[in-house]
Design a binder for this molecule. Structure first.
Ligand SMILES: O=c1ccn([C@@H]2O[C@H](COP(=O)(O)OP(=O)(O)O[C@H]3O[C@H](CO)[C@@H](O)[C@H](O)[C@H]3O)[C@@H](O)[C@H]2O)c(=O)[nH]1
Ligand SMILES: [Mn+2]
Length: 761
C-alpha cells in the first residue's frame, strides 16, 4: 500500500512542546506547596486540629500538583501532512465510521443526521468509507431521519466536494449568509442546497411532531410496538454504494443498527453499542480503521480522515505501534473552556508520554488492536508473528473469544491478517448481522472483557484506553486548527452536574477494577508516567473531599477564632501560591483565545462540580462496591446552538461578544436536586462567618484568647464566596436561576449546625 521509499518527506511528525519556563513554574508551585507543608509540620504542635486537617488537604493538593508536573513535563502532539498522502499512498485503507445515539428526545435526530452528513462528506474516497449509526433508542424517527439524510446527502456531498466547503455539517454551514462576492454558479447552487436542506429538516420536524404515518410504511414495521429497552435487533442498510469508484458524487454506505434489548439483560450502555457496531461493520465492510464519534460531534475538518491516516500509515513504516489517533473534543457552544484548556495542556502532556487517553469521541481505532492484539504479536508491524498466529487463529478459540458466529470468526481472521474485504453486497450480511446483536451473543465471550470496548464503567472510554496502553501500544494526538470535531456541552446547571457525576463515577469504577493503574504500574506494559496520568484522571472523584473541606475550613476558623494560615512572612507562601496559580491558569486560558471571564467561570465551575458532582460519585462507587446499586449512564441532553460560526471555524479569537447568549456569561441554572446543596451550604456558611467575624461572634467561644483569625481568613472566605458566585446570585434570583426554597432551607439548617459547632467547639 505504502511507498517504501524513505527519501520522501514524512507523512507526520511528532512535535515537542517542551518549555523550560513552564517546567520552572510548575516546579516553583510544587516547591511552594512543599514549603507550606513543611511549615505546617514544624508548627503543628503550637496549633489546633485545624492545622492537621489543613495539612492533610494540602498534602492531597501537593500530590495532585506533583502528578500534574510529571504529566506536563514533555508535551507533544503529532502534525500530519495530508497533502503528501496521495504521493505516498496509492491505495488508501478503508475506514468504518461509527455514530452512537440513544435517545431521540435528549439527542434530537437533526443533530444526529448533521453529524452523519458531516462524516459522509469528508475528503476521502467514498468507496473506502461506511457510516454505521447505532441507535439505542430504537426510534423510527431516527431511522426516518437517516433515510431522509441520505436523500439530502446526494446533493450535499457533491456540493461540499465541488466547492471545498469548510464546515460540512449543514446546520452550522447555513448559519452564515452567502457572501456578496460569490460567483453566480456557486450562489445558485448554494441557494438550491439550502432550500433542499430546509425541506429535509421540515420533513424531519413534521415526523417528530406526528409519526403515525410511519407505521403504515412496511419499512418501519420493525419499529412498531417496540420499547427502547425491549425489542429485537434491527439492521437496515439505508444506502449501499455499489461498485463505487470513489468519485466526488458518491455517498458512502449508510447502515442503521439497533441491538436487541430485553429488560433483564445488562446492555453496557455505550460500550455495548460500540461492540455491536464493531461486529456488524466487521461482517459488512471490515475496514482496518474505525472512527468513533458521539452523535453531536460533527466533523469540522474535511481532511480529518486523511490526517489520521498520515499517522497510521507513517507508523506502519516505522515501529511506532500507534493503536489509535485521538483528536480533542472541541465545542461550538462555549460551555467548555476548561475542557479545551485541559486537552491542550494536560492531554498534550500525556501525548508526550505514551499517547493521549481515548476520550470516547473523535478517535480513530485500529480494528486489530480492538480484537486484542499486542505489539509483540506483530512481526514487522503488519503480519502476525507465528506465535500470535497459533494463539489467535485457532477456530475453536476464536469462537470462544468472539462468539458463536462462523461469519464473525471469518471476518476476525481476515481483520487480524489484514486481508482486504471481499466486495460482498452489504444486504447479504443482514441476517448474520442481526444474529450478532442478540442479547446473549456475548455471553461467555471476551467482548467487553479483553476485546472491543471494555465494560464495567460508565467512562468506557478511559477504561478501554487503559486496556490498550497496558498492552504496550502507544497512541497519537492531533490538534488541528480549526478543530477536527465540534460538539455541544450542557450549560452550567443540572445537566452539567449529572454529566460530571457520571464521568467521576465512571473514572472511580476504573480505579477500583482490574484495569486500575495502581496495578498496571507494576505488572503491565504501561509506562510509569502514563500510569500517573491515569491516576490523576481516575481520582477526580476523590478530590472532592479535600476541596470541600478546604472550602469550609476558613469559615470554621473565623467562627472558631483560630488561624488557618501561617502568620508574618510565611503568609507570603500562601499569597504567592494563590497568585501564581491564578496567573498561570489565566495565561493558559488567554493563550487559547478565551476571555478573562471564561477563565473565571471555569474556576468557579471547577469548585462547584468538585464539591458536589464529584462528591456524589464517591457515594455511587461505595454503593456499587457494596453491591447496593449499579451505576447508570444517563445520556447528556443536547441542544442545537444557534450561535454564528466563529473562531472554531477560522479566526483566532474564541469569545466574541456579538455571539449571542452564552452560558459562560455566568448564568447558572438550579433545580431542586441535591447537587446544589453543598454549594448553597458553602456560600451560606462563608457569608455567616464573614458576618459573624465582623460582629465579633468569635468572642462567644469559651476559650477565646484573641489573636486567632485575621484578615487572611476573611479574605479566603471572600474568595470562596466569589468562586461560588452563581450560588450567591442564586440566593436573590427567581425561577431557574434561583436556588429553590427546599435547597435553601436544608442548606440553612446545615449552616446553623455548622456555625454552632464551630463557635462552641
Ligand atoms: O446507552 C447508551 C448511552 C449513551 N450512548 C451514546 O454515547 C455517546 C456519549 O453520550 P453523552 O451523553 O453525549 O455523554 P458525554 O458525557 O457527552 O460523553 C463523554 O463521556 C462519555 C463517557 O461517560 C463517553 O462515552 C463519550 O464518548 C464522551 O464524549 C452518545 O453519542 C450517546 O448516544 C449510547 O449509544 N448508548
Ligand atoms: Mn456528549
Amino acid at each position: 500500500m505504502a511507498d517504501s521509499s524513505s527519501s520522501l518527506p514524512p507523512l507526520s511528525e511528532k512535535i515537542s512542546y517542551k518549555s523550560y519556563f513552564l517546567r520552572a513554574v510548575d516546579l516553583t508551585i510544587l516547591g511552594l506547596l512543599l514549603s507550606l507543608l513543611l511549615h505546617r509540620a514544624v508548627h503543628m504542635s503550637q496549633n489546633d486540629t485545624v492545622w492537621v486537617v489543613a495539612f492533610l488537604c494540602e498534602s492531597c493538593f501537593s500530590f495532585i500538583w506533583l502528578l500534574i508536573t510529571c504529566i506536563k513535563w514533555c508535551p507533544a502532539e503529532h502534525k500530519p501532512f495530508p497533502d503528501r498522502l496521495d504521493e505516498r499512498i496509492h491505495d488508501l485503507p478503508s475506514v468504518d465510521m461509527f455514530v452512537t445515539t440513544a435517545d431521540p428526545v435528549r439527542e434530537p435526530p437533526i443533530l444526529v443526521v448533521n453529524t452523519v452528513l458531516s462524516l459522509l462528506a469528508v475528503n476521502y474516497p467514498a468507496n473506502k468509507l461506511a457510516c454505521y449509526v447505532s441507535d439505542d433508542g430504537c426510534s423510527s424517527l431516527t431511522y426516518f431521519s437517516l433515510k431522509e439524510a441520505y436523500k439530502f446527502a446526494k446533493i450535499w456531498v457533491p456540493f461540499c466536494k465541488k466547492y471545498n466547503v469548510k464546515v460540512r455539517a449543514p446546520f452550522r454551514y447555513f448559519l452564515n449568509p452567502l457572501g456578496s462576492s460569490e460567483d453566480s454558479e456557486f450562489s445558485r447552487e448554494w441557494e438550491m442546497t439550502k432550500r433542499e436542506y430546509e425541506k429535509f429538516i421540515q420533513r424531519v420536524e413534521d415526523a417528530s411532531g406526528d409519526s403515525y404515518w410511519l407505521d403504515a410504511d412496511d419499512d418501519f414495521e420493525a419499529f412498531s410496538n417496540v420499547k427502547p429497552n425491549d425489542h429485537s435487533t434491527i439492521v437496515k442498510v439505508i444506502s449501499e454504494n455499489k461498485r463505487g469508484v470513489g468519485d466526488e458524487k458518491e455517498v458512502p454506505h449508510i447502515v442503521y443498527i439497533s441491538r436487541e434489548k430485553r429488560p433483564n439483560y445488562l446492555h453496557h450502555y455505550k460500550a455495548g453499542a460500540m461492540n455491536f457496531l464493531v461486529r456488524v461493520s466487521g461482517l459488512m465492510t471490515n475496514a482496518p480503521y474505525m472512527l468513533n464519534v458521539d452523535c453531536d460531534m460533527y466533523a469540522n475538518e474535511a481532511d480529518v480522515v486523511r490526517q489520521a491516516m498520515c499517522v497510521f500509515l507513517e507508523g506502519s513504516m516505522n515501529q511506532d505501534h500507534c493503536a489509535f489517533v485521538q483528536f480533542p473534543q472541541d465545542f461550538y457552544d462555549s460551555n467548555a473552556g476548561e475542557l479545551v484548556v485541559l486537552q491542550t495542556y494536560l492531554v498534550r502532556g500525556i501525548a508526550g508520554i505514551q499517547g493521549p487517553i481515548y476520550a470516547g469521541s473523535g478517535c480513530f481505532h485500529t480494528r486489530r488492536v480492538m480484537y486484542g492484539l499486542s505489539p509483540n504479536d506483530l512481526e514487522d508491524n503488519i503480519s502476525l508473528s507465528s506465535f500470535a498466529t497459533r494463539k489467535f487463529l485457532a477456530e475453536e478459540s476464536l469462537a470462544r473469544v468472539f462468539g458463536n458466529s462462523k461469519e464473525m470468526v471469518t471476518s476476525v481472521v481476515d481483520a487480524l491478517q489484514r486481508k482486504s474485504n471481499p466486495q460482498n453486497s452489504l444486504t447479504n450480511s443482514l441476517e448474520v448481522a442481526k444474529a450478532v446483536g442478540h442479547c446473549n451473543y456475548e455471553y461467555q465471550t471476551s467482548w467487553g472483557k479483553t476485546i472491543g470496548w471494555l465494560y464495567d464503567s460508565t467512562s468506557e472510554d478511559v477504561n478501554t484506553s487503559i486496556g490498550i496502553h497496558s498492552r504496550g501500544w502507544t497512541s497519537s494526538y492531533l490538534l488541528p486548527e480549526p478543530p477536527a470535531f465540534l460538539g455541544c456541552m450542557p450549560p452550567g446547571g443540572p445537566e452539567a452536574m449529572l454529566q460530571q457525576r457520571r464521568w467521576a463515577t465512571g473514572l472511580l469504577e476504573v480505579l477500583f477494577n482490574k484495569q486500575s493503574p495502581l496495578i498496571g504500574m507494576f505488572c503491565k506494559k504501561i509506562r510509569f508516567r502514563q500510569s500517573l496520568a491515569y491516576l490523576y484522571i481516575l481520582t477526580w472523584g476523590l478530590r472532592s473531599i479535600p476541596e470541600l473541606v478546604y472550602c469550609l475550613l476558613p469559615a470554621y476558623c473565623l467562627l472558631h477564632n483560630s488561624s488557618l494560615f501561617p502568620k508574618g512572612v510565611c503568609l507570603g507562601i500562601i499569597v504567592t501560591l494563590v497568585g501564581m496559580h491564578c496567573l498561570y491558569t489565566l495565561w493558559e486560558f488567554m493563550s487559547l483565545g478565551f476571555s478573562v471571564q471564561s477563565w473565571y467561570v471555569s474556576q468557579s465551575f471547577w469548585r462547584i462540580k468538585t464539591t458536589s458532582s464529584w462528591l456524589f460519585s464517591i457515594l455511587d462507587i461505595i454503593l456499587k462496591l457494596l453491591g447496593v446499586s449499579k451505576t447508570v449512564f444517563i445520556v447528556t441532553k443536547k441542544t442545537i446552538s444557534e450561535t454564528k460560526l466563529d473562531s472554531k471555524d477560522g479566526s483566532s479569537q474564541r469569545d466574541k461578544d456579538d455571539d449571542g447568549p452564552k452560558a459562560d456569561s455566568g448564568k447558572f441554572e438550579f433545580d431542586g436536586s441535591l447537587y446544589f446543596l453543598p454549594g448553597t451550604f458553602i456560600v451560606l456558611i462563608n457569608l455567616t462567618a464573614i458576618a459573624g467575624f465582623s460582629m465579633g461572634l468569635q468572642r462567644l467561644n469559651p476559650s477565646y484568647k484573641g489573636g486567632g483569625s485575621s484578615l487572611a481568613e476573611v479574605c479566603v472566605c471572600v474568595l470562596v464566596v466569589m468562586l461560588f458566585l452563581p450560588f450567591l446570585k442564586g440566593l436573590f434570583e427567581k425561577g431557574k436561576y434561583g436556588i429553590p426554597l427546599s435547597t435553601l432551607s436544608k442548606a440553612s439548617l446545615l449552616a446553623v449546625l455548622f456555625a454552632f459547632f464551630s463557635v462552641r467547639n
